[in-house]
Design a protein around this ligand. Structure first.
Ligand SMILES: *Cc1c(COP(=O)(O)O)cnc(C)c1O
Length: 239
C-alpha cells in the first residue's frame, strides 16, 4: 500500500495549499509550520517526509512517539498530539518538543513534576473543545482561561498556545467559526497579561480543513492522511 503513496509530492501539494491560504488571508506563509502526523505509519514514511524537508512529526501514543524519536535524525521535533495519560508523562519529558493536548490543571501538574525531576521546562498547548463535542477531550471555551491561569503558577511548564480538534465535516467552511473562536480566545487571554503567559501558537487544522485553519490564523497544522494516505484502522483501533 505505502509504495503507491508519493509522500514527497503530497507534501509539496499540502505546502502549496498552505501558502496560498496564507496569502489569501494576508498572512506570511512562514508563520505556519506543517506537522506531519505519522501515527500508525512506518518509520520509513517518516523518513520520506524528513527527506522532503519536514522536521515536525505528530504522534498520538507515547510508545509510538518514543520508538520513532529514538531512531529519527536529531533535528526532528516530536509533537504529542493525542490524549496523554498521567502515568505516561515521564517517558516524554525531555524528549518531546511540544505537548498539544493538555486539558486539565492536574495533567499540567504531573508534567511540571516530571519536568522538575529532569530539570527541564516543557512547552504545552491547552486543548480546547471549541465545538463542544461530547466525544472529544479539551476544556470548554469558557473554562480555558481559568485552567491557563492555574497552570501559569507552575514553574516547569510553559503554556505556548492553544490547540483544537475541529469536528469531522465534509465542508471545511463549517469549521471556520471554531478556528475564529480559538484565535479570539488566544487574543483575549494575551490581553489579560497573566504573569508567565504569553501565547503565540494556534495548533488547528487537519487534512480536511487545514486551508481554512491557515486563513484563520493557525501557526501549526497537523496533517496525516493528506500526506501518508488513509490509516489502517483494521489492525489498530487508534485515532
Ligand atoms: C490523527 C490526527 C491528526 C491528523 O488527521 P488527518 O485527518 O489524517 O490529517 C491531526 N490531529 C490530531 C490530534 C490527530 O489525532
Amino acid at each position: 500500500m505505502s509504495d503507491i503513496i508519493d509522500v514527497k509530492e503530497n507534501i509539496r501539494k499540502v505546502k502549496e495549499n498552505m501558502k496560498n491560504s496564507c496569502l489569501k488571508a494576508g498572512r506570511n506563509p512562514e508563520d505556519v509550520t506543517l506537522i506531519a502526523v505519522t501515527k500508525t505509519k512506518p518509520f520509513e514514511m517518516l523518513m520520506d517526509a524528513y527527506n522532503a524537508g519536514v522536521r515536525d512529526f505528530g504522534e498520538n501514543k507515547v510508545q509510538d512517539l518514543m520508538a520513532k524519536f529514538e531512531i529519527a535524525p536529531k533535528d526532528s521535533r516530536f509533537h504529542m498530539i493525542g490524549h496523554l495519560q498521567k502515568n505516561k508523562v515521564k517517558y516524554l519529558i525531555g524528549n518531546v518538543f511540544l505537548i498539544h493536548g493538555v486539558d486539565s490543571f492536574e495533567l499540567a501538574e504531573v508534567i511540571d513534576k516530571e519536568s522538575k525531576k529532569k530539570d527541564v521546562i516543557t512547552n504545552i498547548l491547552v486543548e480546547v473543545n471549541v465545538a463542544g463535542e461530547e466525544s472529544k477531550f479539551g476544556t470548554t471555551l469558557k473554562d480555558a482561561k481559568d485552567v491557563i491561569k492555574k497552570i501559569a503558577s507552575l514553574t516547569n511548564v510553559r503554556v505556548k498556545g492553544l490547540m483544537t480538534i475541529a469536528p469531522y465535516v465534509v465542508d471545511p467552511e463549517e469549521n471556520r467559526q471554531y478556528f475564529v473562536d480559538l484565535r479570539n480566545l488566544l487574543i483575549d487571554i494575551n490581553n489579560e497579561n497573566i504573569d508567565n503567559i504569553s501565547m503565540d501558537i494556534l495548533s488547528m487544522g487537519m487534512t480536511g480543513d487545514y486551508c481554512v485553519a491557515c486563513e484563520e490564523g493557525a501557526t501549526y497544522v497537523r496533517v496525516g492522511t493528506g500526506i501518508f494516505g488513509e490509516r489502517d484502522y483494521g489492525k489498530e483501533n487508534s485515532k
